[in-house]
Ligand binder design. Structure first.
Ligand code: ADP
Ligand code: MG
Length: 545
């Protein structure tokens, strides 16, 4: 065998490991869920690979997860005969954290002194494999990738470095051995070498895993292996749904909403979708993934199935199991598949009605949803014109009269004679509130929507009206509040000044005119009806356009 190398963890990984070693997370049981979840993914991958690639030399006759306990040595081994990892994969997947938002997470973690808040953050991020260092002071991994002859040994104490070595032989798949920390309590509740404890944790967190999870040397699986989405809703408990959500989402927090649906007829499918309670760190990153997995008759086909869910619903997590699809269907073909397009439309409708019902039934919960995902949902106003009406009913905006209002509520508050829905865009509420553009509107008691998300600049250009009322920017065009021009005698008195200003500012403005829109300020700059707004102009410039 090749000699053993000692490598350093990437800086971010070191920091996260430090947090794990000093275990800020109170529920340590979940390390087992994380390892089983990884093993299950690896088994999904090897089955799919063997179905697609007939050349692959791999035995798939008994794909399973085995748990082996050695009470004397205080070790716990989780073994799978899944896809395994190559030497380079071990280095890149286990030695570094590719997750976007890692730096951001670490910055926030450094800033919080509150243990509860740190737990929330770490849970939201999900540290997967590294969670083993909450309970182990040394972790050993032996793996061999399906189709390769050599294996890889990896070991670390979770400090700054890890050891890695190429092995001439290793069983196919991955075995992770935890050298458990000395017990601080002699209690069955905390003893991971106790069979009772293992059974309980597997049952609680991993019952739905589709592969058998066995105690080494036993036949009978610890889990029931029932695909949750195929069971009737009435038979599945909230806890089961929530654990399944954590498995598919890699989130450690319960979801906000669960959507379980079934399509019958010419194209059968089952869908189990979730609306998370919190936004993941990579929600706005370029390579941010969509969260719906595709299965075909219980066989995992792909993560991040963009054919099933639009970009603006990328926060939705879950599984769609379609019955009549080929196992090696490509992403491109999937995009064009007529049945998949129908399923996609149904999923969108169902998610939107679920949100609508949530908004009606539980305002507080909806506020949580909105503060986490509202900015993403607003992208739908551009991306999905077919569902624009439903989306307009879901959006919450702030205004001069309310911290948060729906368009419907705005319309209900409109003054007699007010024909338009007024808005102003800007980079912050404070900036908009100071703007002279608002003066005349506030003087008349009109409410003005204050739109400060970058995406607001874009959708207001596309959405012309709500409930038959035009959307009108207070910073654009001639806003003629009283239906009257300034009185003629007043205009005459200002003529010389306007001409002089017009000449002085000839390079900067198109026209200088007298207006009724101001009450206390002397002047303001307005755009033409069809001009882009200053914020949008800045955005385009920043993007190099
Ligand atoms: P995540 O599961 O969220 O990607 P983890 O830290 O749990 O993060 O795992 C990191 C990566 O390591 C996985 O995405 C996978 O590629 C690889 N990995 C972990 N465990 C296994 C395993 N048992 N078999 C094969 N690959 C694994
Ligand atoms: Mg994982």
């Amino acid at each position: 065998s090749v000699s053993r190398e000692t490598l350093e963890f990437q800086a971010e990984t070191r920091q996260l490991l430090h947090l794990m070693v000093h275990s800020i997370y109170s529920n340590k049981d979940i390390f087992l869920r994380e390892l089983i979840s990884n093993a299950s993914d690896a088994l999904d991958k090897v089955r799919l690979e063997s179905l697609i690639n007939k050349e692959l030399q791999v035995d798939t006759s008994d794909l399973h997860i085995a748990i082996d306990v050695d009470k004397d040595k205080r070790t716990l081994t989780i073994r799978d005969n899944g896809i395994g990892m190559s030497h380079d994969e071990v280095v890149s997947l286990i030695g570094t954290i590719a997750k976007s938002g890692t730096a951001e997470l670490l910055r926030k973690l450094r800033e919080t002194t509150d243990a509860g808040a740190s737990q929330e953050l770490i849970g939201q991020f999900g540290v997967g494999f590294y969670s083993t260092f909450m309970v182990a002071d040394r972790v050993t991994l032996v793996t061999r990738k399906a189709g390769e002859s050599q294996g890889t040994f990896w070991e670390s104490t979770g400090e700054g470095t890890y050891e890695i070595e190429t092995l001439d032989e290793a069983p196919q798949g991955t075995a992770v051995t935890l050298h458990l920390k000395p017990e601080d309590r002699d209690d069955q509740l905390f003893d991971y070498t106790g069979e009772w404890k293992i059974r309980e944790v597997v049952k609680r967190y991993s019952d739905f895993i589709a592969w058998p999870i066995r105690m080494a040397g036993e036949e009978q699986p610890l889990n029931s292996m029932k695909a949750l989405w195929a069971r009737p809703r009435s038979e599945v408990s909230d806890d089961e749904y929530h654990e399944f959500y954590k498995h598919v989402s890699h989130d450690w927090t319960d979801p906000l909403e669960t959507i379980h649906m079934k399509g019958e007829g010419t194209f059968e499918y089952e869908a189990l979708l979730f609306v998370p309670a919190r936004a993941p760190f990579d929600l706005f990153s370029r390579d941010g993934k969509r969260g719906v997995q595709l299965y075909v008759k219980r066989v995992f086909i792909m993560d991040d199935c963009e054919a099933l869910i639009p970009q603006y619903l990328r926060f939705v997590k879950g599984v769609v199991d379609a019955h009549d699809l080929s196992l090696n269907i490509s992403r491109e073909i999937l995009q064009q598949d007529r049945h998949i397009q129908i399923v996609r439309r149904r999923l969108i409708k169902k998610v939107l009605t679920t949100l609508k019902d949530l908004k009606a039934a539980d305002g507080e919960k909806y506020t949580t949803f909105w503060s986490e995902f509202g900015r993403v949902l607003k992208e739908g106003l551009l991306e999905d014109p077919d569902n624009r009406e439903q989306l307009l009913d879901l959006i919450m905006l702030s205004s001069t009269a309310a911290e948060s209002t729906s368009l419907r509520e705005y319309v209900e508050r409109m003054k007699d004679g007010q024909k338009d829905i007024y808005y102003m865009t800007g980079t912050s509420r404070a900036m908009v509130e100071k703007s002279p553009h608002l003066e005349a509107f506030l003087a008349k008691g009109y409410e003005v929507l204050i739109l400060t998300d970058p995406v607001d600049e874009v959708w207001v250009e596309q959405v012309n009206e709500f409930d038959g009322k035009p959307l009108q920017s207070v910073a654009k065009g001639k806003v003629d509040l009283d239906g009257a021009e300034p009185p003629a005698e007043q205009a005459a008195g200002f003529e010389a000044l306007l001409t002089w200003l017009g000449e002085k500012l000839a390079d900067d403005v198109k026209e200088v005119r007298l207006s009724t829109r101001l009450t206390t300020s002397a002047t303001c700059i307005v755009g033409d009806e069809h001009d882009i707004t200053p914020t949008l102009e800045k955005m385009y410039r920043a993007m190099g356009q």
